[in-house]
Design a binder for this molecule. Structure first.
Ligand SMILES: [Zn+2]
Length: 150
Protein backbone atom coordinates (compact mmCIF):
# COMPACT_ATOMS: atom_id res chain seq x y z
CA UNK A 1 0.00 0.00 0.00
CA UNK A 2 1.01 3.59 -0.60
CA UNK A 3 0.31 6.83 1.22
CA UNK A 4 -2.69 8.59 -0.31
CA UNK A 5 -1.10 11.93 0.58
CA UNK A 6 2.53 11.67 -0.52
CA UNK A 7 2.63 8.37 -2.34
CA UNK A 8 5.37 6.80 -0.30
CA UNK A 9 5.25 3.08 0.16
CA UNK A 10 4.00 2.25 3.59
CA UNK A 11 4.48 -0.75 5.74
CA UNK A 12 1.48 -3.00 5.86
CA UNK A 13 -0.97 -2.07 8.54
CA UNK A 14 0.58 1.32 9.37
CA UNK A 15 -1.88 3.84 10.76
CA UNK A 16 0.14 6.88 9.71
CA UNK A 17 2.51 7.57 6.85
CA UNK A 18 6.13 7.27 8.03
CA UNK A 19 7.13 10.11 5.64
CA UNK A 20 4.40 12.75 5.93
CA UNK A 21 2.48 11.59 8.90
CA UNK A 22 -0.89 11.55 7.14
CA UNK A 23 -3.34 9.07 8.53
CA UNK A 24 -3.64 6.03 6.25
CA UNK A 25 -7.21 5.28 7.28
CA UNK A 26 -6.26 2.07 8.94
CA UNK A 27 -7.27 2.05 12.50
CA UNK A 28 -4.47 1.38 14.84
CA UNK A 29 -4.95 -1.93 16.57
CA UNK A 30 -6.48 -1.38 19.91
CA UNK A 31 -4.81 -3.25 22.68
CA UNK A 32 -7.16 -5.90 23.90
CA UNK A 33 -9.23 -4.42 26.65
CA UNK A 34 -9.48 -6.70 29.62
CA UNK A 35 -13.10 -7.63 29.87
CA UNK A 36 -14.59 -6.67 33.19
CA UNK A 37 -15.27 -9.79 35.13
CA UNK A 38 -18.88 -10.81 34.90
CA UNK A 39 -20.60 -10.68 38.24
CA UNK A 40 -20.84 -14.24 39.43
CA UNK A 41 -24.26 -15.76 39.37
CA UNK A 42 -25.39 -16.65 42.86
CA UNK A 43 -24.45 -20.25 43.41
CA UNK A 44 -27.20 -21.12 45.80
CA UNK A 45 -30.79 -20.63 44.70
CA UNK A 46 -32.66 -18.57 47.25
CA UNK A 47 -35.57 -21.00 47.41
CA UNK A 48 -35.67 -24.74 48.06
CA UNK A 49 -35.78 -26.84 44.91
CA UNK A 50 -36.89 -30.38 45.66
CA UNK A 51 -34.53 -32.91 44.10
CA UNK A 52 -35.93 -34.00 40.78
CA UNK A 53 -36.75 -37.69 40.75
CA UNK A 54 -34.39 -39.19 38.23
CA UNK A 55 -36.39 -40.55 35.31
CA UNK A 56 -36.67 -44.28 35.73
CA UNK A 57 -35.28 -46.28 32.86
CA UNK A 58 -37.96 -48.16 30.95
CA UNK A 59 -38.37 -51.55 32.58
CA UNK A 60 -38.80 -54.66 30.47
CA UNK A 61 -42.20 -56.30 30.48
CA UNK A 62 -42.67 -58.91 33.20
CA UNK A 63 -42.14 -62.01 31.05
CA UNK A 64 -42.68 -64.37 34.02
CA UNK A 65 -45.98 -62.70 34.81
CA UNK A 66 -47.08 -62.75 31.17
CA UNK A 67 -46.13 -66.44 30.86
CA UNK A 68 -48.08 -67.19 34.04
CA UNK A 69 -51.05 -65.23 32.70
CA UNK A 70 -51.01 -67.08 29.36
CA UNK A 71 -50.91 -70.41 31.22
CA UNK A 72 -53.78 -69.17 33.41
CA UNK A 73 -55.80 -68.41 30.26
CA UNK A 74 -54.98 -71.88 28.92
CA UNK A 75 -56.13 -73.31 32.25
CA UNK A 76 -59.42 -71.48 31.98
CA UNK A 77 -59.95 -72.91 28.51
CA UNK A 78 -59.57 -76.51 29.60
CA UNK A 79 -55.88 -77.11 30.12
CA UNK A 80 -56.56 -76.81 33.85
CA UNK A 81 -57.88 -80.36 33.77
CA UNK A 82 -54.20 -81.34 33.72
CA UNK A 83 -53.30 -80.27 37.27
CA UNK A 84 -49.67 -79.50 36.44
CA UNK A 85 -50.79 -76.66 34.14
CA UNK A 86 -52.18 -74.30 36.79
CA UNK A 87 -49.32 -75.27 39.14
CA UNK A 88 -46.73 -74.29 36.51
CA UNK A 89 -48.71 -71.14 35.79
CA UNK A 90 -48.80 -70.33 39.50
CA UNK A 91 -45.01 -70.78 39.76
CA UNK A 92 -44.42 -68.43 36.81
CA UNK A 93 -46.84 -65.86 38.22
CA UNK A 94 -45.29 -65.97 41.70
CA UNK A 95 -41.78 -65.54 40.23
CA UNK A 96 -43.11 -62.63 38.19
CA UNK A 97 -44.69 -61.09 41.28
CA UNK A 98 -41.51 -61.56 43.32
CA UNK A 99 -39.48 -59.81 40.59
CA UNK A 100 -42.04 -57.04 40.01
CA UNK A 101 -39.50 -54.35 40.95
CA UNK A 102 -37.38 -55.28 37.92
CA UNK A 103 -40.24 -55.30 35.43
CA UNK A 104 -43.20 -53.39 34.12
CA UNK A 105 -46.70 -54.77 33.29
CA UNK A 106 -46.82 -56.60 36.62
CA UNK A 107 -50.61 -56.80 36.51
CA UNK A 108 -50.27 -59.98 34.45
CA UNK A 109 -48.37 -61.64 37.31
CA UNK A 110 -51.06 -60.73 39.84
CA UNK A 111 -53.87 -61.81 37.50
CA UNK A 112 -51.93 -65.02 36.79
CA UNK A 113 -51.66 -65.83 40.50
CA UNK A 114 -55.39 -65.32 41.02
CA UNK A 115 -56.56 -67.20 37.93
CA UNK A 116 -54.10 -70.08 38.33
CA UNK A 117 -55.01 -70.41 42.00
CA UNK A 118 -58.73 -70.53 41.14
CA UNK A 119 -58.02 -73.00 38.35
CA UNK A 120 -56.01 -75.21 40.71
CA UNK A 121 -58.68 -74.91 43.41
CA UNK A 122 -61.42 -75.92 40.97
CA UNK A 123 -59.30 -78.86 39.83
CA UNK A 124 -58.84 -79.84 43.50
CA UNK A 125 -62.62 -79.69 44.07
CA UNK A 126 -63.20 -81.85 40.99
CA UNK A 127 -60.59 -84.33 42.21
CA UNK A 128 -62.18 -84.50 45.66
CA UNK A 129 -65.62 -84.95 44.07
CA UNK A 130 -64.25 -87.76 41.91
CA UNK A 131 -62.58 -89.24 44.96
CA UNK A 132 -65.85 -89.31 46.87
CA UNK A 133 -67.64 -90.74 43.86
CA UNK A 134 -64.94 -93.35 43.46
CA UNK A 135 -65.05 -94.21 47.15
CA UNK A 136 -68.83 -94.38 47.05
CA UNK A 137 -68.65 -96.67 44.02
CA UNK A 138 -66.30 -99.05 45.78
CA UNK A 139 -68.30 -98.87 48.97
CA UNK A 140 -71.44 -99.81 47.07
CA UNK A 141 -69.58 -102.51 45.22
CA UNK A 142 -68.30 -104.00 48.45
CA UNK A 143 -71.73 -103.71 50.08
CA UNK A 144 -73.35 -105.53 47.20
CA UNK A 145 -70.53 -107.91 46.42
CA UNK A 146 -69.69 -108.99 49.94
CA UNK A 147 -72.79 -111.10 50.50
CA UNK A 148 -72.06 -112.83 47.20
CA UNK A 149 -68.49 -113.58 48.14
CA UNK A 150 -69.10 -114.76 51.67
ZN1 LIG B 1 2.72 10.25 3.20
Amino acid sequence: MFCTHCGKELSEGASFCSACGAPTGIRAEQPAQPQPAQPLAPQATPYYVPPQPSPKPALPANSFGIAGFIIAMASLFGAGIIPIVPIVGLVFSIIGMAKRKEYSLNGFALAGIIINAISFFVWLLVLIAYGFAFAYYWEQTIVFAAPLLF
